[in-house]
Write a protein that binds this ligand. Structure first.
Ligand SMILES: [Zn+2]
Length: 257
C-alpha cells in the first residue's frame, strides 16, 4: 500500500514556492492510515516535489510507548522510529514523527501539517508570539483556526518537544472539550490538526493570513482583537459549524462571511 494521493497533493500544495511556507527539506505531513498505523514524511524529502516514495507507514504503538518509557538518547530514538516502519525499510522517518503520532493518536484528528511559514515565524520569533496564539483578529480566523491556538515555548525538536506539545494539547482539550486546530511553536513554526488534507491546508492558509494581519496591525500602531465572547459566539454559530464541515471535505465550497 502506498501513501494516499490526497496526502501527496496537500504536501505539494504546502510546498509551493509562492506560498513560502517551507524551503529545502522543511516541514512534514501525516495522515492516519488505519487504527494502528499512519503515513508520515520521511527525512530527506522536499514537500514541493514529494511523491509516494517520500512517505513511510508507521505503527502508532512503538512511538506512543516512547512517551511512557523515553529512549536514552537521540540515537535510540531514531532507531525506534526506523523500526516502527510497517515495511521495515531503511529510510528514517522525520525526527518530528513523534508529535505526528501523538496528535493523531490523542486528538481524534486524521491529518497533520507542520510548516515554517515566514509570516508565522515573524511573530513566533517576537514578543508577540503568545498573543498571536491566544487572540483572534478576524471572524474567519476564529472559525477556521479555532477559538485559540496552543502555544509551546521553544524546545529541542524530537521527543522532548512532542512531550510538551502533548501536555499542552491535553490542557486545551480539557478546557474546550475539543481538539485544537493550531499548535504554534515558538522560534519554530506551525502545526495544523485536521479531519482531512483539505482542512489541514485551509487551516495553514488561514493561520498564515491571521499572522500577516496581526503583523500589519502591530506595524501601524497596535492590534484590536475580537473579544473572547465574540470569538466564542463565532465558533458556536450553527451556520459557521455547517460551513466548517463543507470546507473539511472540499475547500472550493462555502462562502465567506
Ligand atoms: Zn519543524
Amino acid at each position: 500500500m502506498s501513501a494516499p494521493e490526497t496526502l501527496i497533493q496537500m504536501s505539494r500544495a504546502l510546498g509551493q514556492p509562492d506560498r513560502r511556507y517551507v524551503i529545502i527539506g522543511e516541514g512534514n505531513t501525516s495522515l492516519r492510515a488505519d487504527d494502528e498505523t499512519f503515513w508520515v514524511k520521511s527525512s530527506g524529502h522536499q514537500l514541493t516535489t514529494i511523491n509516494a516514495d517520500g512517505f513511510a507507514q508507521i505503527r502508532f504503538a512503538p512511538i506512543m510507548e516512547m512517551f511512557e518509557h523515553p529512549p536514552a538518547d537521540l540515537v535510540e530514538e531514531r532507531e525506534i522510529l526506523r523500526n516502527a516502519r510497517v515495511d521495515g525499510g531503511s529510510a528514517y522517518p522525520s525526527v518530528e514523527t513523534s508529535f505526528h503520532a501523538m496528535l493523531l493518536h490523542d486528538c481524534g484528528v486524521q491529518c497533520i501539517a507542520h510548516t515554517h511559514p515566514i509570516p508565522i515565524n515573524r511573530l513566533m520569533c517576537s514578543i508577540h508570539a503568545e498573543t498571536f496564539a491566544k487572540r483572534r483578529t478576524c471572524p474567519d480566523e476564529a472559525v477556521v483556526c479555532g477559538p485559540e491556538s496552543v502555544f509551546v515555548p521553544y524546545i529541542d525538536p524530537g521527543l522532548p518537544l512532542a512531550d510538551e506539545i502533548r501536555r499542552r494539547v491535553h490542557t486545551y482539550m480539557d478546557k474546550h472539550g475539543d481538539s485544537p486546530k493550531v499548535v504554534l511553536l515558538a522560534n519554530h513554526g506551525l502545526i495544523a490538526l485536521a479531519q482531512s488534507p483539505a482542512e489541514a491546508l485551509n487551516i495553514t492558509d488561514m493561520a498564515v493570513k491571521g499572522a500577516e494581519i496581526l503583523w500589519g496591525a502591530l506595524a501601524v500602531g497596535g492590534a484590536v482583537f475580537l473579544s473572547e465572547a465574540e470569538v466564542v459566539h463565532l465558533v458556536r454559530r450553527p451556520d459557521e459549524i455547517y460551513r466548517r464541515k463543507l470546507f473539511t471535505s472540499d475547500p472550493a465550497k462555502g462562502e465567506s462571511t
